[in-house]
Design a protein around this ligand. Structure first.
Ligand code: CA
Length: 228
């Protein structure tokens, strides 16, 4: 498909890319890339879900990762996906929209100190919950699907360091335990260079709509099963 612009014919994808540079589109891109005018560019995911949070002393860590206090986000993926991408940026740079998931401490935290940020580290695990009706019953982690400390694909933090985190996991056709099935996934986040304090935005990218994110399984149950 081609479009006419100022007398020049440009492929539509080039226009999309230009538009993407001018807006604050998602920084998290898929593993699929496409060459345009000799430049290889990653394509965006079809669907995104965002979570905004703020960690201070009122938010209690739920676990430990390599000895560090770790906080969790729980993600409901409503159908099998070919890939899942996760990014975390601190401090939060965007403003939550109507579709976004927001922790109750986000606004109070931002009102108090919007500049506070931490060096993110993320861990993606798959849980053994595949039935939406059993989210409230809890479950356990089945396997780790990836981890990341620093990614240069994301904007640098205010100190100028590329310390924000991004990971992608693609499904496996020949190994059922590596298949990205419908179910609950857990994002653990911590920091190895600082304490976890300040705002963050987490983004999930997939090819299916309806991905939901919550800070606990009971909140996730309420979101998924319309108990709000
Ligand atoms: Ca980091």
């Amino acid at each position: 498909m081609k479009m006419k612009l100022s007398g020049k014919i440009l492929p539509l994808i080039a226009l999309t890319t230009l538009a993407g540079c001018m807006s604050t589109g998602p920084h998290l891109k898929s593993s699929v890339s496409e060459g345009v005018a000799g430049i290889e560019a990653r394509l965006p995911y079809a669907n995104y879900s965002n979570y905004f949070g703020y960690v201070d002393k009122s938010v209690v860590p739920e676990g430990k990762y390599k000895g560090k206090d770790t906080y969790y986000l729980y993600v409901w993926v409503p159908a099998a996906v070919d890939e899942i991408g996760v990014s975390m940026i601190s401090p939060a740079v965007a403003t939550p929209g109507d579709e976004d998931f927001v922790h109750a401490n986000f606004k109070p935290g931002m009102d108090k100190d919007a500049n506070k940020f931490f060096d993110t580290y993320i861990v993606l695990d798959r849980m053994n919950i595949i039935d939406s009706n059993s989210i409230a019953d809890g479950g356990k982690v089945l396997q780790n699907l990836g981890r990341n400390d620093d990614s240069s694909e994301l904007p640098a933090n205010p100190s100028g360091a590329s310390y924000n985190s991004l990971l992608r996991k693609t499904t496996s056709m020949n190994n059922p335990t590596e298949a990205l099935v419908r179910g609950v996934y857990r994002i653990g986040f911590t920091s190895f260079r600082s304490s976890v304090e300040g705002s963050f935005e987490a983004t999930i990218g997939t090819n299916v709509p309806g991905v939901k994110i919550a800070a606990s399984l009971s909140e996730l149950d309420a979101l998924v099963n319309n108990k709000l």
